[in-house]
Ligand binder design. Sequence first.
Ligand SMILES: NC(=O)c1ccc[n+]([C@@H]2O[C@H](COP(=O)([O-])OP(=O)(O)OC[C@H]3O[C@@H](n4cnc5c(N)ncnc54)[C@H](O)[C@@H]3O)[C@@H](O)[C@H]2O)c1
Ligand SMILES: O=c1ccn([C@@H]2O[C@H](COP(=O)(O)OP(=O)(O)O[C@H]3O[C@H](CO)[C@@H](O)[C@H](O)[C@H]3O)[C@@H](O)[C@H]2O)c(=O)[nH]1
Length: 440
Amino acid sequence: MRICVVGAGYVGLVSAAVFADWGHDVVCLDNDPLKIGRIRAGNLPVYEPGLPEMVSRNMEKKSLRFTTDWEVAVKDRELVMVAVGTPPGEDGHPNLTALWNVVKSLKASIRDHVLVAIKSTVPVGTCAAVSRFLNEDREGRFDIISAPEFLRQGSAINDFMSPDRMVIGCRTEAARQSMKELFEPLDCPVIFTDWQSSEMIKYAANAYLAMKISFINTIANLCEEADANIYQVALGIGLDRRIGPAFLKPGIGFGGSCLPKDTKALVALGETYGVNVSLFQEVLRINHEQRVRIVKKLEARLEGLAGKRIAVLGLAFKANTNDVREAPALAIIHQIVQAGGQVVAYDPVVDMKDLSPLYGFTPAEDAYQAVTHADAAVLLTEWDEFYGLELERVRELMNQPLLVDGRNLFAPQVMRQLGFHYIPVGISEEHVANSLVPTA
Ligand SMILES: NC(=O)c1ccc[n+]([C@@H]2O[C@H](COP(=O)([O-])OP(=O)(O)OC[C@H]3O[C@@H](n4cnc5c(N)ncnc54)[C@H](O)[C@@H]3O)[C@@H](O)[C@H]2O)c1
Ligand SMILES: O=c1ccn([C@@H]2O[C@H](COP(=O)(O)OP(=O)(O)O[C@H]3O[C@H](CO)[C@@H](O)[C@H](O)[C@H]3O)[C@@H](O)[C@H]2O)c(=O)[nH]1
């Protein structure tokens, strides 16, 4: 199939590369010339394991090309897939400026019949509005498809190629057949729906995941007070098939470009329709408090943060990505700095050049430099590199061996034996001291 993918971000780049790998002829368009220049030079703007290799081998084969030129991008294309950003607006509704700019460009540049698949996450009703706008001059020229994406950053290629399901919202048999053909390599259930249901599925899925995280964090906070162990609790409830074990990891709350934004969008949608969505408001509030809670723990241990040197290990919103959109680490750094603390931060892949003056922290070359002379260290991203830290060296370098672990990377009893004052999430200090069985 001759495909144009619009948007060369996490979703667009991955979609374009995988389609090209499947043998399609793909042009990927972005309106950021710097980004396109970098990609052509082999320097991808996103950190995603396996993506550079996939992009470069398909560029060599000429099955994947990059452009900023609309005429080049849409020439002879059968399918245009839109994957531009839909960031949160001031009022919680997603900002659809990029999407509508693309739609207007499509209307101006495409003459013949074409399929337009919206892969961006868009509010319920968007595909219908796009179809009305694009077809107002000539009915049936643009065939609109809602094709929400469920990949996660950090495992994007694998998720794209092995999804749990595909959801396709469409109105015509031609669109249905094309999507069946395009996603034929996937071994998963394909659900065909109307546009609105497809759009709603994407938001509902993310809100459910967000709810599961706020749920387990609430239980973790109770465990800390009631002297229970969150790991044993999560295992015990997750084995119930009606609940399931995934997304029950306690920590510093969810971040990233999707879960916070899409939960906020559902709140805004509820307000639009006058439907009570306080459940989702509470999910967001709990998430915010989880970030405050970790700073309070630090503050309590150090008897105030003013003048204290705090090492922050990890900035990305989760491991295996360089993305810091809505990263809990940045919110936590902001609070520490506001309270008078001095932050020295390290992340294996995040570019800290612009972030450090903005958030007022000092970047470190590695984890050991970050913890040197620190009064406390806070671990905020679960990078593999941190599992391999020489903990005795870390302890020696610190002013005092206080480690607040927002990701529960280490076994509390081992940390205690190593001489750390170790504070994980969801396990009380008494529990670590008194438990006869391993706690993590
Ligand atoms: N990131 C994820 O893990 C993920 C997963 C599933 C769904 N989504 C959804 O997919 C969409 C894209 O997300 P992303 O993370 O890839 O975004 P992103 O910000 O990484 O990339 C968007 C790209 O679109 C480009 N763009 C903006 N306006 C344009 C225009 N007029 N013409 C051409 N290009 C334009 C930008 O320059 C940017 O490169 C969002 O709606 C998001 O909610 C994201
Ligand atoms: O048990 C868990 C699981 C995740 N998280 C946190 O939740 C956030 C989101 O994690 P994850 O969902 O793995 O990352 P995303 O790449 O944001 O992916 C989500 O958002 C995408 C964009 O819509 C969807 O496509 C994916 O299906 C959905 O999982 C991160 O801060 C994680 O640290 C937890 O705290 N506990």
